[in-house]
Design a protein around this ligand. Structure first.
Ligand SMILES: NC(=O)c1ccc[n+]([C@@H]2O[C@H](COP(=O)([O-])OP(=O)(O)OC[C@H]3O[C@@H](n4cnc5c(N)ncnc54)[C@H](O)[C@@H]3O)[C@@H](O)[C@H]2O)c1
Ligand SMILES: [Zn+2]
Length: 366
């Protein structure tokens, strides 16, 4: 079964989810728009897949360049960006040509930024191959690279003309990467779509099975939440289309999660860090009487079912708090957390009492 979700931004585009949907790349390249060249920027793990994507395009008489970049985060830097620009320059890439990003979120972030920056923006097709890439990185138009000073410090908003989530590629995804992506889907369940939580609770053993229709459904629901959140609020300028907190809700679990990632020098996966961050946010909400004990317990039981961590080290609160204050999402010197005021009711908590945070931290540190 194939599902098609529309992301209703200024220039709407479709996210297609299903088995075998990579075949639809030909249709997205846009023959009527004068395309002559396609560059497929891919990670080494996706080299064989890149060739599968290339062949039908070559049959259509397009000139296809496969640009292999280093694995994962190693690709998100100025040097690799420069390498991609060089290949495009040498091959005479024009405004009508198309860039395809094939890989996890790191690869598609880089490829999207190449597309955003080349000739001030060429068309980009996003082909994510991790769960996290599908439910998070591929939708919303954020692209970018890291610098020595930090992650995602340089980037641009550049929306794709289409996103292809082919579930066939997930069969090779390492289990830990899959769990990390599921953390983002659980987040979507708590902030916006509780049917996600029901699905996981009804079939805990099948959630991480890449051949199960449940994973497909969870990915689709996660993408739908992200699409809704970004639709009215693409540039994080204010309230969302539905009068909620818009895109900022997607930061549930992320204030502490990012700090843990930085403290651990990114040796912990993003989804693992935000899993702990969500338990922390739920502890804050419980301790300030915004949610009941059942909803707090539900965080722990669902994340545990998936095999995600619930606790972080003890004795590092000061370091985490200092890191949170440096986060680019902090405004002024007030810490901001997304917390729930009941299920699927995210609100912003700005400048909470230090004692509340410390109590919540004690509850999540082992
Ligand atoms: N643009 C956004 O809005 C946004 C949102 C969230 C995250 N991100 C970014 O996404 C990145 C994280 O993405 P990620 O978790 O996908 O990590 P990743 O891109 O580093 O991929 C993780 C690993 O999985 C491998 N891999 C990818 N697909 C595979 C497959 N199908 N089979 C086997 N191995 C495969 C990769 O080669 C890599 O080693 C970060 O750089 C983060 O900043 C961006
Ligand atoms: Zn995230």
């Amino acid at each position: 079964m194939t599902t098609r979700l529309k992301v209703p931004t200024e220039r709407p585009y479709d996210v297609v989810i299903g088995n075998g949907v990579h075949e639809q790349l030909r249709g997205l390249v846009g023959f009527g728009l004068g395309v002559m060249r396609v560059a497929i920027i891919h990670s080494p793990t996706m080299a064989a897949r890149a060739e599968i994507l290339r062949d039908p395009l070559v049959s259509d008489a397009l000139e296809v360049h496969l640009i292999e970049v280093p694995d994962g985060e190693e690709a998100k830097n100025a040097e690799v960006l420069g390498f991609c620009w060089k290949v495009l320059g040498e091959s005479g890439f024009t405004r009508s040509d198309v860039i395809v990003g094939l890989g996890g979120g790191a690869t598609t972030d880089l490829a999207g930024f190449v597309a955003a920056s080349w000739l001030r923006g060429v068309r980009f097709v996003n082909v994510p191959t991790t769960v996290l890439g599908m439910v998070d990185a591929a939708v919303g138009g954020k692209t970018g690279i890291n610098t020595a000073e930090g992650k995602n410090l340089v980037g641009a908003f550049h929306e794709p003309v289409g996103v292809l989530c082919d579930l066939d590629v997930l069969t090779t995804l390492p289990a830990a990467e899959l769990r990390s992506g599921l953390a983002e889907i659980v987040k979507c369940g708590f902030i916006a779509d509780p049917t996600i939580l029901d699905l996981i609770e009804a079939a805990p053993g099948r959630v991480a099975d890449t051949r199960s229709p449940i994973l497909a459904e969870l990915i689709t629901k996660g993408i739908a939440v992200k699409a809704r959140a970004v639709a009215g609020d693409l540039r994080e300028s204010g309230a969302g289309a539905e009068g909620g907190i818009g895109r900022e809700a997607l930061n549930y679990g992320h204030t502490l999660g990012h700090a843990i990632e930085r403290f651990e020098h990114y040796r912990i996966r993003h989804g693992e860090a935000i899993s702990i961050g969500m338990v922390f946010a739920a502890e804050i909400a419980r301790r300030s009487d915004q949610i009941d004990q059942d909803l707090l317990d539900r965080h722990r039981s669902i994340l545990r079912t998936i095999g995600l961590p619930l606790t972080c080290r003890s004795g590092i609160w000061e370091a985490l708090a200092a890191t949170m204050r440096l986060d680019k999402k902090t405004r002024g010197d007030q810490l901001r957390f997304v917390v729930l005021k009941g299920l699927a009711r995210p609100v912003i908590l700005a400048g909470p009492e230090e004692s509340l945070l410390q109590d919540a931290y004690r509850a999540i540190s082992s």
